[in-house]
Design a binder for this molecule. Structure first.
Ligand code: ADQ
Length: 492
């Protein structure tokens, strides 16, 4: 994309949350890294965001969305889904097949062919939405696993615009990927994009190996970070682009007096004990029960630490209508109750547990109050919480204990203490080491991570994808093609 090109962003959800207040509808801007990164660019380039409203068709909602768009330099193009479409495409194919499979938890998958049919149909519905708004020279940027078929649907309709795709979650190894009954269809559709971006070199490698395994005839050229793949006369660029955060905004907000006061209040609420912090969306991939068991093991094997540390575990509600997520919530709450019941004493509660969303200011205050951030997903595309924690540490203190299976581990090898989240006893030992780390070592590690995030923020991330040159196949192919054309001319 050149920087004057209009941008069309396509994601499962629009960057607004629809709230119905009786007969009225109001729209609230959604938070999150993606929205924060892309809306300033959309404001400059102009363009459109295509996504699901989270609702079925709603006449009044169209008016509200038009009103919202009229106050900005970009439009919101809604996709409405019926409850049946939602069940097959979102709850079914996206959440019961791709999400567990791509996080390496294939025993949780429900390979139901009606989910696949629904997923295909809804991707076509998104294609209708994109077709309605896309101009000839637009750069169309599709986000995440809900929309892996979209480029193919758009090409069938004759759209020639540049199409990019970013994969926010892990891409599994070929042995796992190939269990997907629709593996070739998905890979063929992904290769209709001109550019495919992954979070880590490992994800990109898994993708390329899956191509070799499942799509005979695929050709891969290039070395290092950027590869070119040819399949049926179409070239795609494949690269690694680790997503990040708005470092400057977060670091600035962390200096605010309200954050400082709130952090102090959190520390007082823990009676001045050392604070170990966990912050996650409710999800079985985040390793929350395993982390609580690690904390229990820490208390069990270190009686001297009892009464001198507090774990704060924040869980933001997510996918609450799915029974599996409710069971996870109950399991977490049972574990918190058991640990507090077993180890607590008058005046000391080992785990403070919150099941709700917090404002950005409140969250930053938790990051600033903590001594150790314990971020131990069983598998995670990136994990923005790890980056937010570091950006908030304007004092260059605090220790990040991070799962080696989070995408962020690839960038923080030298700053964080890496752990295997399944090895709960070792996690407990590493937390004990983190609590004893000298200030100078904390400072050296934290500075390393902060300066990395500062120079690789979310704006650099989006810029590197938008300016990636996808237009031409590699020079050797150009030369081969010219030679073949020349030879064909001689034979005529
Ligand atoms: P998520 O699985 O949602 O994202 P993550 O990257 O950690 O995971 O982002 C969570 C976001 O939610 C963070 O920005 C955090 O601040 C916010 N949050 C968490 N708890 C909160 C609370 N209680 N209140 C308010 N906000 C809270 C998916 C992939 C990740 C990938 C991202 C971005 O699963 O692997 O890093 O996309 O690509």
């Amino acid at each position: 994309m050149n920087t004057s090109q209009r941008l069309v962003v396509v994601s499962n959800r629009l960057p607004v949350t629809v709230r119905s207040t009786g007969i009225n509808i109001c729209l609230e801007a959604s938070g999150g890294g993606l929205v924060n990164a892309l809306t300033p660019i959309l404001e400059v380039t102009g363009g459109c965001w295509v996504g699901w409203t989270g609702t079925d068709f709603h006449e009044t909602l169209i008016e509200s969305l038009e009103q919202w768009s009229s106050e900005r330099n970009y439009n919101l193009q809604p996709v409405f889904l019926t409850p049946a479409e939602n069940a097959a495409y979102y709850r079914g194919f996206s959440n019961e097949i791709i999400w567990p499979l791509f996080h390496g938890l294939s025993s949780r998958c429900q390979f139901d062919s009606t989910y696949w049919t629904g997923y295909r149909a809804v991707n076509r519905k998104f294609a209708d939405g994109v077709e309605r708004v896309a101009g000839n020279r637009d750069f169309i940027w599709v986000h995440d696993y809900h929309l892996m078929m979209l480029a193919q649907d758009l090409r069938f309709r004759g759209l020639r615009q540049q199409l990019a795709y970013f994969h926010h979650i892990p891409f599994p190894p070929p042995d796992t990927f190939e269990t997907l009954p629709w593996r070739s269809e998905v890979l063929r559709a992904l290769l209709c994009f001109d550019l495919l971006g992954f979070q880590t070199p490992r994800d990109r490698r898994n993708f390329i190996e899956s191509l070799h395994r499942c799509l005979p005839g695929v050709q891969v050229s290039g070395v290092g970070e950027r590869l070119r793949v040819r399949f049926e006369d179409h070239w795609s660029s494949i690269g690694t682009y680790p997503i990040s955060i708005d470092y400057a905004a977060l670091a600035a907000e962390a200096t605010g007096p309200d954050v400082t006061a709130a952090a102090e209040k959190i520390r007082q609420g823990c009676s001045g004990t050392a604070i170990i912090l966990g912050v996650d969306r409710l999800d079985y991939t985040k390793g929350i029960p395993e982390r609580l068991i690690a904390f229990q093991s820490l208390l069990q094997s270190n009686p001297g630490m009892r009464g001198r540390l507090t774990m704060i575990q924040i869980v933001v509600p997510s996918r609450e209508d799915i029974p599996e997520y409710m069971q996870l919530r109950l399991r977490i709450e049972r574990l918190v109750g058991c640990i507090n019941g077993e180890y607590g004493s008058p005046g000391w509660v080992p785990i403070q547990y919150f099941y709700r969303a917090f404002s950005r200011t409140e969250l930053i205050a938790f990051y600033r109050a903590a001594h150790v951030a314990l971020i131990t997903p069983l598998k995670d595309g990136m994990n923005l919480v790890a980056k937010e924690f570091c950006a908030s540490r304007i004092d260059n203190r605090g220790v990040l204990v991070l799962s080696e299976f989070a995408g962020a581990a690839a960038e923080f090898r030298n700053g964080a203490l890496l752990v295997n989240p399944y090895d709960t006893e070792r996690v407990a030992e590493v937390v004990a080491l983190a609590l004893q780390m000298t200030e100078s070592e904390q400072c050296a590690r934290m500075e390393l991570m902060r300066s990395h995030i500062q120079s690789n923020d979310v704006f650099r991330w989006s810029e590197s994808i938008r300016t990636e040159n996808t237009a031409s196949p590699p020079a050797d192919y150009q030369r081969q093609k010219a030679a073949l054309q020349y030879a064909a001319g001689l034979l005529r």
